[in-house]
Design a protein around this ligand. Structure first.
Ligand code: SF4
Length: 459
């Protein structure tokens, strides 16, 4: 949306005070996200009441779920933009109608073709589901391509790159497939062209995302699509680090692991949300697998990709989760020794399969289990981070630390942007003038529960 707006002549500002049009991009994945979205809309609505006239646009997943309620209950909202209708941001912002835009002619605005890739794919019947079963009337099938303008919301040296949209998995706690539509991959050439363009513009680290990156290419009959894509991205010289997030457990193939092990600029980093470890809970989640299968698969990952950093996340307090099933999860976490782990409290979502399940746990019980699991991981993390002291790693220097002006902050290949612990840099050779967005060698000098302290030792 920022790219489309900027290409049409809009000037972007992070300040709601200064803006003529305020766009609130929302999430409605779980209840706390919905609440946060509504709070932000109300906060932004207050800006409409003081002084200059402003437009308020609400975009994103909340619109897909509650389009009519938003319009009815928050009259300050001038327009809504769902996840499948991004181009309408121009009209919503008042930029697509020339007479409303201070005399600029329509030719000054580039109207994008709608769903350049999604349309083609739908016409060829490549979706893996026959019928749309979402909570909204229309199937969202928007998919951007390399020609879609982008404005990076991340620092200049790194970018997220979405390789696919939507999801065909039936996880019973999740409404993402209903919000985002069926799984569809971007064209191979489109992803590569965008990665090359990003590299030319100074991006050195790319993080591939999608609801399920490991299914990449399946919808157009590509086998091991992600591995093939990584191979191709590894050839782009200026990209120093490429990683992907959100792997689906049983989609991590031997070829994918071998590609990660072989290609130097593909980070040895695997994010595979397992959601639980008890086979009976996983069955109720409609995901399959269990502690034994997962442990075998983790052993294979570590065997094939030396020095692998492993990240996962779990949902705690799924309906009917017994103490025994929770204990299975705790034992599994102790054994698997993840480098990074997140634990989320189960959030009941209308429209999700699990909404109708019995034996819901109380929020208090769920929170106490979540804390217990995080406590186990904290100890594991503390012990394992200690072993890194004295070792040297590549470091991408990101800038001044948010914690203190006296510290710099960076990441090693073990750290994905925004989600993992931090590396604080407190020393560097006197002749150095550290530059943000550049790579250095660092030595770890201290470790904490999740964070590390390092010294830059060279280029
Ligand atoms: S794979 Fe992820 S996005 Fe897809 S249904 Fe399951 S949890 Fe939701």
């Amino acid at each position: 949306m920022m790219g489309i707006l900027a290409r049409s002549g809009a000037e972007l500002t992070p300040s709601a005070e200064d803006a003529d049009v305020i766009v609130v991009n929302t999430c409605s994945f779980i209840e706390s996200a919905q609440q946060e979205s509504v709070n932000t809309i109300l906060e932004m609505a207050a800006h409409k009441h003081g002084g200059k006239e402003k437009k308020l646009v609400v975009a994103g997943c909340l619109v897909e779920r509650f389009r009519d309620q938003i319009r009815k209950n928050i009259p300050e909202v001038d327009a809504v933009v769902g996840t499948g209708e991004l181009e309408t941001i121009l009209e919503a912002a008042g930029l697509a109608a020339p007479e409303r835009n201070h005399g600029q002619s329509a030719s000054q605005f580039v109207i994008l073709p709608s769903r350049p890739e999604g349309d083609a794919r739908a016409a060829q019947g490549r979706f893996s589901r026959e019928a749309w079963s979402g909570v909204i009337g229309d199937l969202p099938n928007y998919l951007y391509d390399e020609a879609t303008p982008r404005v990076l919301a991340t620092p200049r040296h790194r970018a997220y790159l979405k390789i696919a949209e939507g999801c065909d998995h039936p996880c019973t706690f999740c409404i993402i497939p209903q919000l985002r539509g069926q799984f569809r991959s971007r064209r191979f050439e489109s992803v590569v062209a965008e990665a090359e363009r990003l590299a030319r513009s100074g991006v050195r680290e790319i993080t591939l995302i999608g609801q399920d990156t490991t299914c990449y290419g399946e919808d157009f009959g590509l086998k091991d699509g992600l591995a093939l894509l990584l191979e191709k991205l590894a050839r782009i010289e200026d990209l120093t680090w490429v990683r992907f997030l959100y792997a689906y457990p049983n989609k991590v193939t031997g070829k994918l692991l071998e590609t990660m092990a072989r290609e130097e600029n593909i980070c040895s980093y695997m994010d595979v949300p397992l959601q639980h470890a008890s086979a009976s809970v996983l069955k109720r989640m409609k995901r399959g697998g269990g502690a034994d299968v997962f442990l075998r698969s983790i052993a294979k990952m570590r065997r094939t990709v030396p020095g692998l950093t492993l990240r996962t996340s779990f949902i705690v307090g799924f309906p009917g989760e017994t103490e025994k099933e929770f204990e299975e999860l705790c034992d599994f976490v102790r054994e698997a020794q993840f480098d990074w782990m997140g634990a989320f409290a189960y959030s009941d979502q209308e429209g999700a399969g699990a909404f109708g399940l019995e034996k819901k746990l109380s929020p208090r019980e769920i929170e106490s289990r979540r804390k217990h699991l995080m406590g186990i991981q904290r100890n594991i993390s503390r012990t394992n981070k200690k072993k890194l002291v004295g070792q040297e790693f590549a470091l991408l220097l990101e800038g001044e630390s948010e914690e203190s002006d006296l510290l710099l902050e960076g990441r090693t290949p073990m750290h994905a942007p925004e989600i993992d612990g931090k590396v604080f840099v407190n020393d560097f050779p006197a002749e150095f003038e550290p530059q943000h967005g550049r790579f250095y060698r660092c030595r770890i000098t201290e470790s904490h529960e999740y964070d590390l302290v390092a010294t830059i030792v060279g280029d």
